[in-house]
Design a protein. Structure first.
Length: 141
């Protein structure tokens, strides 16, 4: 298994993984999200690969003030092997190299299992409220 940067030929396998992991929702078109990421800091879009099979992803970003982590996914058949933690550590190290002082992660409050995963990696709840304003409609057809 290796962790490497996303390549153009990975797109269909990444979207399929995200679908298996329940990350694809009606209001976020994964193809548009991938294309946007390829235009902004594409070196922070990581995949875990076992042979030709993509078994994990992590998408990081840094705006000069805070870092973010999105689309952390590990194939259900490969979970509990440290792949998710390795993807997080890889993105964290890349962000540190960019001078990023803090990483923010958004997790639905109902997703207790994922919150527990991040807590084991040293993340803690911040006393903030996440607000959003959709700037474009990405609904999949």
């Amino acid at each position: 298994m290796e962790i490497r940067t996303f390549r153009t030929g990975d797109r269909a396998r990444v979207v399929s993984l995200w679908q298996r992991c329940g990350l694809v929702v009606a209001w976020n078109d994964p193809d548009k999200d991938i294309e946007r990421k390829r235009r902004q800091q594409p070196d922070l879009f990581m995949v875990a690969v076992d042979g030709e099979t993509i078994i994990g992803t992590a998408m990081g970003g840094y705006d000069g003030h805070r870092g973010s982590l999105y689309y952390l996914a590990v194939d259900p058949l490969h979970r509990r092997r440290g792949i998710g933690a390795l993807l997080v550590r890889t993105v964290v190290e890349q962000l540190r190299e960019l001078g990023c002082p803090k990483l923010n992660i958004l997790v639905r409050s109902s997703n207790r299992a994922v919150i527990g995963f991040y807590e084991k990696l040293g993340f803690a709840t911040d006393d903030v409220m996440c607000l959003g304003n959709r700037l474009s409609e990405d609904r999949r057809s």
